[in-house]
Design a protein around this ligand. Structure first.
Ligand code: HEC
Ligand code: HEC
Length: 267
């Protein structure tokens, strides 16, 4: 019972977060997907896992038992355009197990799922990248990216795991996440600064938060728990902790993008 209630609440919170990020509602069923940024892809992924994964698989690769098709191939029998996919997700497919998403889901959420599904089929062959992946791997090591990021189980945890980042982000998105990290920072990566009653401060990534407590991880990966009532104030810093790649030359950025784009799920 409690668990169900909790799920309900966290979905409500997610919907609230979506509304906050997006602002006013968008015109329904516009032809062009208005929600196709990085953060939209990630939001779409979350909703997909929660609501579609039980049939299509958490990784969207389909499931023979439920008859739900693999959605990572880029080939769709019923959804050849973004608008077509929007309708399939919104309304379902008649006389099949594919029922439409809950009517409570906003159009924005549906578009975000479309963006997520589209992001699953980025074929390296479709891109003519200027950079060199092998050189990019060296740049990665030299620039100390692994102090925050993990690849294949090695590295830090104060940034997202990059092991399969190439399946998630296209080359343009990768480049902008390097040169302009503050552009789209998901709440998961915001910094919380706790000003304590004794005047000292601690800051780090927000790991958990409820009405009374907040738990953060500082840049050395130490975990801290605070009673909110003990803190003088709590600030949220919505910029990225990731330094912009200012010291890298253009061709180093190209090489890094080629390397990161090569990091993908095994197929
Ligand atoms: C109860 C199981 C079930 C759930 C839950 C479900 N699907 Fe499906 N989905 C199916 C089945 C089965 C089909 C194939 C229908 C058919 O025969 O054409 C399908 C088809 C689709 C297609 C069309 C694929 C194509 O080739 O055109 C898309 C897109 C899709 N689902 C997305 C989603 C999304 C997004 C969600 C979550 C909001 C979702 N589905 C939830 C079972 C499910
Ligand atoms: C001080 C910690 C830190 C360092 C050092 C760092 N990053 Fe990041 N990085 C982050 C954080 C936090 C995020 C998530 C917030 C954001 O989107 O900027 C991020 C996001 C990213 C993303 C987007 C990932 C996604 O899933 O959206 C890429 C790609 C990336 N970093 C690559 C790199 C590379 C390459 C380097 C080395 C040149 C590097 N980072 C150095 C902390 C760091």
């Amino acid at each position: 019972m409690r668990k169900v209630l909790f799920v309900g609440l966290s979905q409500a919170a997610l919907v609230a977060a979506l509304v906050l990020v997006a602002g006013p509602a968008t015109p329904a069923r516009a032809q062009e997907n208005p929600f196709d940024t990085l953060i939209d892809v990630r939001m779409g992924e979350r909703v997909f896992r929660a609501q579609c994964g039980r049939c299509h698989g958490r990784d969207a690769r389909g499931n023979d038992e439920t008859g739900a098709p693999d959605l990572t191939t880029g080939q769709f029998a019923r959804a050849s355009t973004d608008a077509g996919m929007f309708s399939v997700i919104r309304d379902g497919i008649e006389n099949t197990a594919m029922i439409g998403i809950s009517p409570r889901a906003s159009d924005q959420t549906v578009w975000q799922i479309v963006s997520y599904i589209n992001s699953l089929n980025l074929d390296p062959g479709d891109y003519d990248l200027p950079g060199d992946a092998a050189r990019g791997e060296q740049v990665y090591a030299g620039a100390d990216c692994s102090s925050c990021h993990m690849i294949g189980g090695e590295g830090g945890r104060t940034g997202p795991d990059l092991s399969t980042v190439g399946s998630r982000l296209d080359p343009d998105e990768l480049a902008s996440s390097l040169t302009d990290p503050d552009a789209e920072v998901a709440p998961r990566w915001w910094t919380v600064r706790v000003n304590r009653a004794d005047g000292s401060t601690v800051e780090g990534l927000r790991m958990n938060e409820d009405t009374f407590t907040v738990r953060i991880m500082d840049s050395d990966e130490n975990l801290w728990s605070f009673m909110k009532s003990d803190a003088r104030s709590l600030e949220r810093i919505k910029t990225s902790t990731m330094p912009a790649a200012e010291n890298l030359t253009g061709s180093e950025v190209d090489d890094l993008v080629a390397y990161l784009f090569s990091l993908r799920r095994e197929s």
